[in-house]
Write a protein that binds this ligand. Structure first.
Ligand code: DON
Length: 307
């Protein structure tokens, strides 16, 4: 199943189908830097287990990774501290939007899962304590796994995130009041906004996600996660990776996936390959309209899913 370019004809067929889609959603507009992208852009890449990568459309065009970054910070933290993390963040779907505050007070400052913003802030806080530079640790990992040393943080996007970051600041301060944040909230927010502002292409992100299809093994053959931890991250992606749309995503796509408001979505076929799609137009729950459609078609046409 992993011979080179196995899925190329299917990618071409999906790109042709996406081309004719009229309803493509709207780009995120909470910061000007994300609102500029044309919703007609579309890219899709597949990375096979041996690092072969190919794609269609704008698959080499960098975009803002945003919440996709939360998968990698989770893995990097779990690799360092293991199950201690789960004292500070839970693993249940929230059924709420990614930036929701509502459950935090009921649940004593312990976020529902590592992919809603509150949970991602906890993970970044802990990774920052462990490494001294969470966003830099993430950037170094993405560069190594993608083989693209040019990957970088877009400082303008990070500054814009910061200027519009009141809700994330509220989440950070609220959790700090429960003793669930170790670093000064301003330091944590700076790391989190930098992490979300890393730009990478579908090719880069499909390659960087490869360790989750290889049961924890990195591109260079070393182990990042145990086989169980890789399963755990995949499971959390499936149940929480698209927030309050996770049920619909599992129904349509049937793969662990993680979206970001930059319009990207990564997905994992364990033991087979990884995917990344990009289309800047979002639905009302913050997921790429053409991205979900393309992954839906991929699993339908190939029969590949975790079910
Ligand atoms: O925290 C935020 O608001 C953004 N920097 C990231 C949000 C995001 O990508 C949510 N995912 N769909």
């Amino acid at each position: 199943m992993t011979s080179s370019h196995t899925f190329e004809p299917i990618l071409r067929r999906i790109a042709a189908e996406i081309e004719s889609m009229a309803e493509r959603g709207r780009p995120a507009d909470y910061i000007p830097a994300l609102a500029v992208y044309d919703p007609r852009r579309f890219g899709m890449a597949v990375a096979e287990l041996d690092g072969t990568v190919y794609g269609v459309g704008d698959w080499r065009e960098p975009f803002s990774t945003q919440s996709i970054s939360k998968v990698f910070t989770l893995a990097l933290d779990l690799a360092r501290e293991g199950d201690t993390l789960w004292k500070h963040v839970s693993r249940e779907p929230s059924g709420n939007p990614f930036n929701s505050l509502v459950q935090l007070e009921y649940e004593n400052g312990i976020p529902r899962n590592p992919f809603i913003n509150a949970g991602a802030l906890v993970v970044t806080d802990r990774l920052h304590t462990l490494t001294g530079y969470a966003a830099g640790t993430l950037l170094e990992f993405l560069r190594a796994e993608s083989g693209n040393a040019a990957l970088a943080i877009n400082d303008g996007v990070a500054a814009s995130e910061s200027a519009h970051g009141d809700r994330n600041a509220a989440l950070g301060h609220f959790m700090a009041s429960y003793g669930n944040i170790e670093n000064p909230v301003a330091v944590l927010l700076d790391q989190y906004f930098r992490q979300c502002s890393i730009e990478a292409s579908c090719a880069d992100l499909a390659l960087a996600t490869g360790f989750l299809a290889r049961h924890g093994i990195r591109a260079d053959g070393t182990r990042l996660l145990t086989q169980s931890q890789a399963k755990q991250v995949n499971a959390i992606m499936l149940t929480c990776g698209t927030y309050d749309a996770a049920g619909d995503f599992a129904y349509r796509v049937g793969l662990p996936g993680k979206s970001g408001v930059g319009g990207g979505i990564i997905a994992v076929v364990p033991g087979c390959c990884t995917l990344c799609v990009w289309g800047p137009g979002l639905d009302e729950r913050g997921n790429s309209v053409v991205g979900v459609a393309a992954l839906d078609r991929f699993t339908t046409l190939t029969g590949l899913s975790v079910f």
